[in-house]
Ligand binder design. Structure first.
Ligand code: GDP
Length: 420
């Protein structure tokens, strides 16, 4: 900091304005704010300096170049600051993940979820369970050496109750229909239907209507077009699987691969919009009908030319629209938002936001069950039960990174970009 400001280091945690210079040439680079955070009260827990610059590319480039020529200074690798913060015990793994999620959040609901996790919603819960488990383990082990049968029975009964409660709490959080994970990654809605029923037009209509487009890009292959929407806070990828347009008996291998991919996307989607053409004969084309199930909104398009002939398809109410005039599109979006609101239901917000958390909780639940089974066989097995409980506690510890974290570190930090 002294080298690029030519001045003494300012008082700790106080922003001061400084002229920044290239120490090699004395050339002025910017006027900015500099801050000094001595260890341990910094993001990483180490001595840190911050430069707040005018963000132009030449300014940033100039200051970085000047800094990296100084001995011992280099650019951070992606996620390195956060990794150091974790290693210094400033953050636990759920906070690290929450920061990555905050940076990636595209909608308000995603942001809310990340902030909740950063506030400790998941970590507090898991640590509470872990403490409880350790207490039960302690009690079990303490009485193992005693031969007083009444005492043993009493402890076994309390332990069994406590384990029951713990297991139902875990079950409750696991039975969240993956709301947290789905909100974090976003939901997918696929538009399918016969050729020329108006799928592309409808996609464009939906994307332009009210919903904020997050990004629009042609798929990496020519068979899928994707639009990211913010549907009342729910992040949605709307996909037009143009690949399904073509008949199945194509000779073209590339095309066949495209169709297969499109089918896989359609099958994996959270919701399907199946489009029919009001002017087609018959309107209810057989292949498209096969796509209609309880995860489907059937749509009859081109109702500006001809009224929808039916109001229900396979028991599902039809959305009658015209991609051309926009009639019915607002209602369709409203219905879409309602159908996808599962990630934002009235139930308490989900705390499990990643597969990693889910797997750890499932591991914990299985070990709890094993411990209960051992205890049910009598206290002769109490040492085996204690071993299962230790495993269960270990699973919980993995969520916050208290133990056995090495394997997860690379996975967690890989998501970061340089500078965080
Ligand atoms: P896709 O093959 O299903 O994606 O169909 P397109 O979106 O390319 O549309 C096929 C044709 O139908 C185009 O000529 C569109 O202009 C027309 N079209 C689509 N939607 C409507 C609509 O609501 N009303 C009318 N009149 N024409 C439509």
């Amino acid at each position: 900091m002294r080298a690029v400001t030519g001045r003494p280091v300012p008082p700790a945690r106080t922003a001061v304005r400084r002229r920044l210079v290239d120490p090699a040439t004395a050339r002025g680079l910017d006027h900015g704010l500099v801050l000094w955070f001595p260890a341990p009260r910094s993001y990483t827990g180490e001595d840190s300096a911050e430069f707040h610059l005018h963000g132009g590319p030449a300014v940033v480039e100039g200051v970085l170049a000047a800094l990296t020529t100084l001995p011992g200074l280099r650019l951070a690798t992606p996620g390195e600051f956060t990794r150091r913060a974790f290693e210094q015990g400033r953050l636990d793994l759920t906070e690290v993940e929450a920061i990555a999620d905050l940076i990636a959040a595209e909608t308000a609901l995603q942001r809310d979820q990340a902030v909740r996790q950063l506030d400790g919603a998941l970590a507090d819960l898991v640590e509470g369970w872990r403490t409880e488990l350790i207490e039960i383990m302690g009690r079990l082990e303490a009485v193992l050496d005693f031969s007083d049968q009444d005492l043993l029975d009493g402890v076994a009964a309390t332990a069994a109750d406590a384990l029951d409660r713990l297991r139902s709490a875990l079950d409750r959080h696991l039975a969240d229909r993956r709301r947290g994970e789905r909100l974090r990654t976003g939901l997918s809605v696929v538009i399918v239907g016969a050729p020329n029923v108006g799928k592309s037009c409808l996609l464009n209509r939906l994307a332009r209507y009210d919903a904020a487009i997050v990004s629009s890009r042609a798929g990496t292959t020519r068979d899928v077009i994707e639009v990211r929407l913010d549907l009342q806070g729910v992040p949605v990828t709307l996909i037009d699987t143009a690949g399904l347009r073509d008949t199945e008996d194509t000779e073209d291998e590339l095309e066949q691969a495209g169709i297969d991919r499109a089918k896989a996307r359609a099958a994996a989607a959270d919701l399907r919009i199946v489009v029919f053409d009001a002017t087609a004969d018959p309107v209810l084309n057989g292949q498209a009908l096969a796509w209609v199930d309880d995860r489907t909104i059937p749509v009859i398009n081109k109702t500006d030319l001809r009224a929808a002939p039916v109001s229900e398809i396979a028991g599902r109410p039809v959305a009658a629209v015209s991609a051309h005039t926009g009639a019915g599109v607002a209602e369709l979006l409203e219905r879409l938002a309602r159908a996808l609101a599962i990630v934002n239901s009235d139930a308490a917000p989900a705390v499990v936001t990643r597969l990693r958390h889910r797997q750890a909780l499932e591991g914990c639940r299985d070990s709890l069950k094993a411990a209960q089974d051992q205890l049910a066989r009598g206290l002769g097995q109490a040492d085996l039960a204690a071993e299962d409980l230790r495993r269960a506690a270990h699973c919980l510890g993995r969520i916050t990174g208290r133990i056995d974290v090495e394997a997860w570190l690379d996975v967690v930090f890989r998501e970061f970009c340089i500078g965080k």
